[in-house]
Design a protein around this ligand. Structure first.
Ligand code: FES
Ligand code: FES
Length: 165
């Protein structure tokens, strides 16, 4: 199949990548750009290990064509920390023992980033709902939920609104 040269914007940098029409975004990130922090689990949209952000929205990169990511800002786990400092969600995962083998962790963290962007102080149920497409075979989820709650506490408090106004 003939390859096409496309430009992908990943973690704030532009990359020219030669892809086949049926290459997934996961293929482009891991095989072409060497960004292996994005994990390949099931390859059929069921485990969430391949989750990345596209314009801030969590998507499954195994089900997204690389061609469809052109013109969008792609964020992978490699782009989440600020220099030497871990992102608050990453730090909370470390602090709360939410990482064991680590295979699910990049996808969990990117899913949590989208959640905490749209919902600054989610309830436990809202966190569980957001994580429902991300499988972990090690931790039993309790510590992951605790970590995301701890990261959310660092968000500014919701503005006070008077009832009835
Ligand atoms: S590898 Fe994409 S959902 Fe499992
Ligand atoms: S920490 Fe091993 S799969 Fe989640």
């Amino acid at each position: 199949m003939k390859k096409k040269l496309i430009e992908l914007q990943v973690n704030g940098e532009g990359h020219s990548v030669a892809v086949k029409p049926n290459d997934t975004l996961l293929d482009a990130l891991r095989d072409h750009l060497g960004l292996v922090g994005t994990k390949e689990g099931c390859s059929i949209g069921e485990c969430g290990a391949c989750t990345v952000l596209l314009n801030g929205r969590a998507v499954l990169s195994c089900l997204t064509l690389a061609l469809d990511a052109v013109g969008m800002e792609i964020t992978t786990i490699e782009g989440v920390s600020q220099g030497e400092s871990l992102d608050p969600i990453q730090q909370a995962f470390v602090d709360h023992g939410a990482v064991q083998c680590g295979f699910c962790t990049p996808g969990m963290i990117l899913t949590a980033k989208e959640l905490l962007e749209v919902q600054k102080h989610p309830s436990v149920d809202e966190i569980k709902h957001a994580l429902s497409g991300n499988f972990c075979r090690c931790t039993g989820y309790t510590k992951i939920v605790e970590a995301i709650r701890a990261a959310a506490i660092q968000n500014p408090p919701a503005p006070f609104t008077k009832g009835g106004d």
